[in-house]
Write a protein that binds this ligand. Structure first.
Ligand SMILES: CC(C)(COP(=O)(O)OP(=O)(O)OC[C@H]1O[C@@H](n2cnc3c(N)ncnc32)[C@H](O)[C@@H]1OP(=O)(O)O)[C@@H](O)C(=O)NCCC(=O)NCCS
Length: 299
């Protein structure tokens, strides 16, 4: 973890991407976020944000984002104090404080080392899982509430990662490096993350690659899970068999029972060989519904 001269924490990527940082979001990021989210090679791969994405959308979203970020930054301070005070016992995660809200360093910026100027090039979200692939709303709510109620640092929390980059930065190997840095320098040492998932629309080969390069493995696929906005596809209609009005959602999961706390090995990457299929490892406890997803069949 590094700090700006104003004491704001950030993570820097290793070479060849050492001019890229993960920082907290800022209110003035709106126009840059709008420019990226309104590009078809980005919005066609995202289910979540509104489209077209407007300044009003950002102004509505930012207070929530800011509140969440401040909570996570406050938790980070507690986690760091707890480490400094030697409270951590390797065998007992409850013996120290952890960040439980999510990652507060969610904005990816490229820094011009000559001028010091920063350019927003993307975002990475890391939150407790939304369980988008569970289509039964009652079951989804139950599983989500159970996951949300887990204490910060609980290794059984199921997390979810999501990301996007400015089209001008695609194909430079940036996002795999961002995810790798985040795992090694934040998720393991400050959050005790053991179980992560990432979902992508099945047509999105680049997103799949990013996850694979970081040790995630394919878990399952739900056909026609995402209803694409008509304004994006120009196709009328709700869920149907056509691939334009809906998208298949694929799930990748990353599970490692061998993660270690920072007290033991501060900068070590998780052992990717320890990855196992979500359905084999934790379906019975963390996400019992995953093996019996109801896939809607629509005529
Ligand atoms: C997905 C995304 C974050 C990838 O980040 P990136 O930094 O560009 O990733 P990389 O530079 O490693 O490139 C992605 C990999 O996918 C490959 N790839 C890209 N498009 C591909 C395609 N259509 N078919 C097969 N492979 C493809 C690239 O060749 C590269 O693999 P390689 O390094 O082995 O050659 C970026 O493309 C993006 O922001 N897309 C729009 C938003 C999005 O899809 N977000 C994810 C939602 S789940």
């Amino acid at each position: 973890m590094r700090y700006t001269e104003h004491g704001i924490p950030y993570l820097a990527l290793p070479p060849p991407h050492s001019n890229i940082r993960l920082t907290p979001p800022r209110k003035e990021d709106g126009p840059s976020v709008m420019a990226i989210l309104n590009h078809p090679s980005v919005y066609m791969n995202l289910a979540g944000p509104p489209y077209p994405y407007t300044q009003t959308d950002w102004d509505t979203w930012y207070p929530e984002l800011s509140e969440f970020t401040n909570k996570a930054l406050w938790e980070l301070q507690g986690a760091q104090d707890s480490l400094r005070n030697g409270e951590a016992k390797e065998s007992d995660w409850k013996s120290r404080k952890w960040v439980g809200a999510g990652v507060p360093l969610s904005t990816i910026r490229e820094v011009d080392h000559g001028t010091g100027e920063e350019r927003l090039i993307g975002e990475i979200n890391f939150r407790r899982r939304e369980f988008l692939m569970i289509l039964d709303v009652v079951e989804k709510k139950r599983v989500k509430e159970e996951n949300d109620a887990r204490e910060a640092g609980d290794p059984d929390i199921v997390w979810e990662i999501g990301f996007y980059l400015s089209p001008s930065c695609h194909g430079r190997g940036i996002m795999p490096a961002v995810v790798r840095t985040l795992i090694a320098d934040f998720l393991v040492p400050y959050m005790n993350v053991h179980v992560m998932t990432g979902a992508y629309m099945d047509h999105n080969a680049a997103s799949k690659k990013v996850l694979e390069k970081n040790g995630f493995i394919f878990d399952s696929l739900v056909p026609d899970c995402i209803e694409m906005l008509e304004v994006k596809t120009r196709v009328k209609g709700k869920k149907c068999k056509g691939r334009e009005a809906t998208a298949d959602l694929a799930l990748m999961s990353y599970i490692c029972k061998d993660f270690v706390t920072e007290s033991a090995k501060p900068k070590q990457l998780p052992n990717f060989n320890g990855s196992r299929r979500l359905s084999q490892e934790i379906a019975a406890t963390a996400d019992p519904s995953i093996d019996r997803l109801t896939i809607p069949v629509e005529e």
